[in-house]
Write a protein that binds this ligand. Structure first.
Ligand code: 8YV
Length: 324
């Protein structure tokens, strides 16, 4: 088996350094040198290490004929063509569980900030408006709000547990009703949105959830409803979201993810009922270190026995067609 490792896209600096120093990994150039690089090294590459932001396309896989594994730093793998990987017998691993707490914490923080307008209040103080204007406008209460969670997976459940401590009645919509869940199931995203004050998106990205939250869902959330997105920008029709925010069609939004990161719609910049984060939900020293370790553990396992520890759900831990 070919064992050469290839870094695709920027990685956490310590992970990139480890890959170069300990694994003698190559780094895929992203410029005009790429074609020549792939012609020379493509056939020797056994595993790719990448992130949810860069991923691996079918086109790149075609230029790595000995590829056996794609090791992803991140739980979301919508930037990887998993169908193509499965067809080629290429294993794909990701980093679930280790980031659940931080992403769920971010969802709670973003909800509180959005409803209580803390970031806007901070700007008010820094601008010197407090002495000049007097009191800051009243915000909205968080405790007891009806919360709807779209996608009741690991992260969705962790968010729900946290909101329970705020006395929030929880409902959810997922592809399937979760047996034994204590939360009320809504039959569709629109039905969920219609019945809650805060709609939290915790679903995976990719084509199956693209624009799951469309104009109809946002309109169902309505002028008193808030949208919180720590999932993927692709889940929301961002143009409709911007329009409704500008028109008062929904009350506010807390966003960690966008359609075309790092681009953030300019129209949102001036809105104090919108909190804008730069896709940082898992971004703590502790969690990123755990993600780095799990990434290396997956790589080591593949190098040792051709399996991975935490395969994406679409595939078994051992590649099916790698003998091909
Ligand atoms: C990371 C994420 O920012 O895990 C994910 O899917 O979106 C985040 O944890 C990203 O993967 C790191 O590039």
């Amino acid at each position: 088996m070919n064992r050469r490792i290839l870094q695709v896209g920027p990685l956490k600096p310590s992970l990139a350094a480890t890959l170069t120093e300990r694994y003698d990994a190559l780094v895929l150039p992203d410029d005009h040198a790429r074609a020549a690089f792939l012609a020379e090294h493509g056939p020797s590459i056994g595993a790719v290490v990448t992130t949810g932001r860069t991923g691996v396309t079918a086109d790149l896989m075609a230029q790595l004929p000995s590829l056996g594994a794609i090791v992803n730093f991140g739980v979301g793998y919508d930037a990887i063509d998993v169908e193509e990987a499965a067809a080629r017998g290429v294993l794909v691993s990701h980093t679930p569980d280790v980031l659940t707490d931080c992403v769920a914490d971010t969802a709670i923080g973003l909800t509180i900030d959005t409803l209580r307008t803390q970031s806007a209040a901070d700007r008010f103080v820094r601008r010197g408006d407090w002495p000049a204007t007097g009191s800051y406008p009243l915000a909205r209460k968080v405790s007891g709000k009806r919360v709807g969670i779209l996608g009741l997976g690991r992260i969705g459940r962790a968010i729900a547990t946290r909101f329970e401590a705020f006395g929030c009645p929880i409902s959810y919509h997922s592809r399937r009703e979760v047996p034994g869940s204590p939360y009320r199931y809504a039959a569709s995203p629109a039905a969920l949105a219609a019945d809650v004050d805060v709609l939290v998106l915790a679903t995976s990205g990719g084509s199956s959830t693209r624009h799951l939250v469309d104009r109809t869902v946002l309109e169902a959330l309505g002028p008193e409803g808030y949208l919180i997105n720590i999932a993927r920008g692709s889940v929301v029709d961002q143009a409709a979201l911007v329009e409704l925010l500008l028109a008062g069609g929904i009350a506010g939004a807390g966003l960690d993810v966008y359609t075309n990161e790092p681009e953030v719609p300019a129209e949102l910049m001036a809105l104090d009922n919108v909190v804008l984060l730069p896709h940082l939900a898992s971004g703590t020293v502790e969690t990123r270190a755990a993600m780095e370790q799990l990434t290396l553990d997956n790589l080591d396992r593949w190098l040792a026995d051709g399996t991975v520890l935490t395969p994406v759900p679409e595939m078994p831990s051992r590649g099916a067609a790698r003998s091909r």
